[in-house]
Design a protein around this ligand. Sequence first.
Ligand code: FO1
Length: 305
Amino acid sequence: MVALAGGVGAAKLVWGLAREGLGSRLSVVVNTGDDLEAFGLRICPDLDTITYTLAGLSNRAWGWGIEGDTFRCLKALGRLGADTWFGLGDQDLATHLRRTSLLSQGWGLAAVTAHLCEALGVEVSVLPMAEGYTPTLVKTDAGRLHLQEYLVREKCAPRVQGFEYTGVSRQRAGPGVEEAIRDARIVVICPSNPFISVGPILAVPGIRRAVAASRGLVAAVSPIVGGRALKGPAAKMLGELGHPVSAEGVARIYRGLLDVFVLDERDAGSAPAIERLGMRVVVRNTVMDTSGAKRALARALLRLV
Ligand code: FO1
């Protein structure tokens, strides 16, 4: 199985899939459009969220960062006049130091990620979508912002007008990504934001084509339930960009790519309209608020094949 993944919602599903025994038979292609360069370090929040979750390290309340982490280094940086709006924990910093140091020795991001996963005991194959640094910029009424400036510093307040996946069109899919998609019996687009998590992955040359050409099943899980995003600004972005703020709005974005759309029970009434878009609809509980719910959704996806 291949999962295309962004942040916290994706990490929950991927955790469920790993717990259902997929282990090394699961490859997770992860968005790196939310990467940030700060304090001379390469920070890869989505890669780290997936890795920490699979390693059982992630902060239970936030879903990102490390449980029990402290912020002493960040506080000290603030004392020295640095901007400290991006909350880097002390243990999390170790990941960024190690990653940056290996990158500066000439390692590629995929090799660094595999090394970090091995060190943390993660069996699942975690694959960056591409090797380069390709930050997503958010075009807003307050100007063009780096995605993390929009999400964290501005708390998603500015009105969104569009996105720029900078440099993505000059990238190639990361090592192993196209092969994993080609060989997969099922490709799952996780319940992630279609613009800032999945959009950059599908914009990498070769990846959308590989998904479209896949002989396996292509499924997406809706990140919108009852007209709202469970986490993050997906609903706000859909509305500001003129899309229907609903699961159907997301299904329309993926139209032509999907065989199956997994819809939450609360939205079962939208099934006929989504089926008219040319995809099969499967209705399940998609709210992964317990370990059992994560595993049940994972099993439902596995049952599709
Ligand atoms: N999200 C926040 O809302 N505030 C933060 O200060 C913050 C810091 C942070 C540090 C490391 C990391 O891996 C993730 C972090 N996140 C933070 C989450 C991050 O902005 C989002 O999860 C993703 O980038 C969205 O895909």
